[in-house]
Design a binder for this molecule. Structure first.
Ligand SMILES: Cc1cc2nc3c(=O)[nH]c(=O)nc-3n(C[C@H](O)[C@H](O)[C@H](O)COP(=O)(O)OP(=O)(O)OC[C@H]3O[C@@H](n4cnc5c(N)ncnc54)[C@H](O)[C@@H]3O)c2cc1C
Length: 392
């Protein structure tokens, strides 16, 4: 498709892109079906990805990373998204964009030295444990408690929908250290997944992202050193608000690539597929629908790249990130739905990438902050003196 030209990347980034693309083609794509059946990506794949530099590339070299800028992370997200390898695609993104950043920003030196080099090498896998059966969008309503006992917290509670949950070695867990204090009682604690009392529940069966393990996690009297708390006690909620912008931008980066890829597949398929003495692409309906989607995708590609540039300068605001996630994930779902139509019955068969892209897309409007939560963040900025539109 005639995408807008991009000026974000240097020759070094593009050389890295070639490496990632080769790795995806040789070591991820051929096995993805098997991982979907197994509902998990084997740990050995994480180690190989670590060797090639795909995990947390922007970590400083002192912590095992490449010491690269965040655009290297963007390259990884983009190449995995384009290839439709959503198992490692979403698992690596949680690990590199959601877990490592918390540890790097707020972990003690000891904690960083303990986990980050192993995470960059793919020897340790990270998971973010915020959501609970009774609290997702309303994160301050979590019930997992971390109660001080000497120099440790004792953690009790249940988490759910935790990406990488079966594989994870370290959880960044949101806990109430002061259950009476609402949002100001939330702290983030790095929990060693091999400590007694960390129990993994079911690997949940999902309509999409089938190769990614997503689990219930139980913390039953788990002892975590107080020194493994991230940042100050009671500051977890505001830390989450800061880092969620990176998560939301990463999701937009992923979604816009999928939209571009799906449009390309659709142009190729409809140009080949014969019907009524011509091809599916001969219908004006096909051309106009794809033209509209292509125009919208180009516009949001430009906005997404603008957000990436802002993030690189340290200027991206939570509202700008929320706008990116809101619009790009909406477009992602619209593109896969409208394009699937042109594949007819093939579009409904899971052996075709378009069918997988369709089932994989739906989560993007729910996880990492639902579409409505994005609107709420944007609305609060526009109407600072109004009450939050909770009941709208
Ligand atoms: C595949 C998958 C992977 C996930 N990975 C992780 C993970 O790694 N770590 C983790 O902690 N969590 C994870 N989650 C959880 C995810 O972030 C939550 O599902 C999401 O935040 C929504 O929370 P909820 O499911 O409790 O829905 P609820 O909070 O019950 O919301 C349900 C719906 O209500 C509406 N709604 C909610 N709030 C508002 C509002 N303020 N205004 C208007 N309408 C509203 C929205 O339509 C929303 O979709 C994952 C979920 C899935 C499905």
């Amino acid at each position: 498709m005639s995408a807008p030209s991009r000026s974000l990347f240097s020759a070094e980034h593009e050389a890295f892109r070639d490496t990632v693309r080769r790795f995806v083609a040789e070591e991820l794509t051929p096995h993805h079906d098997a991982w979907e059946s197994a509902q998990i990506v084997p740990r050995e794949v994480w180690r190989r990805a670590g060797e090639v530099g795909l995990l947390c590339p922007n970590l400083p070299e002192a912590y095992g990373g490449l010491g690269a800028d965040w655009l290297f992370n963007v390259v990884v997200i983009e190449e995995l998204a384009r290839a439709g390898v959503t198992g490692p695609g979403s698992g690596f993104m949680v690990h590199s964009e959601m877990v490592a950043p918390y540890i790097l920003a707020w972990g003690s030196e000891d904690l960083k030295a303990r986990w980050l080099p192993k995470m960059a090498a793919g020897e340790a896998i990270g998971a973010l444990a915020m959501t609970e059966p009774g609290a997702g969008s309303d994160a301050k309503a979590i019930r997992t408690r971390a109660i001080r006992d000497g120099d440790a917290y004792v953690i009790d509670g249940q988490k759910t929908y935790i990406s990488n949950g079966q594989n994870a070695d370290v959880f960044v867990a949101a806990c109430k250290t002061d259950p009476a204090a609402g949002a100001r009682g939330v702290s983030l604690i790095a929990v060693d997944g091999h400590e007694p009392g960390v129990e993994r529940g079911r690997n949940l069966r999902k309509i999409g992202l089938k190769a990614q393990d997503t689990s219930e996690i139980f913390f039953n009297g788990v002892r975590a050193p107080v020194a493994d708390r991230l940042g100050e006690e009671g500051r977890g909620f505001s830390m989450m608000m800061t880092k969620l912008a990176q998560e939301r931008l990463s999701q937009a980066v992923r979604s816009i690539c999928v939209a571009e890829a799906v449009i390309d597949w659709t142009v190729d398929y409809t140009t080949e597929r014969k019907a009524f003495d011509g091809t599916i692409a001969d219908f004006q309906n096909t051309q106009f629908t794809v033209a509209q989607l292509s125009a919208e995708t180009s516009a949001l590609r430009v906005y997404t790249d603008w957000c990436i540039a802002r993030f690189m300068r340290g200027d991206l605001t939570p509202v700008e990130a929320a706008k990116a996630k809101l619009l790009v994930t909406d477009l992602h779902c619209k593109v896969v739905d409208q394009c699937l139509q042109f594949f007819g019955g093939y579009g409904y068969m899971l052996e075709y990438p378009i069918a997988r892209a369709y089932t994989d897309a739906r989560i993007t409007r729910i996880a990492g902050g639902a579409t409505e939560v994005m609107k709420q963040i944007i609305a609060r900025d526009l109407f600072p003196r109004q009450r939050a539109p909770q009941k709208a």
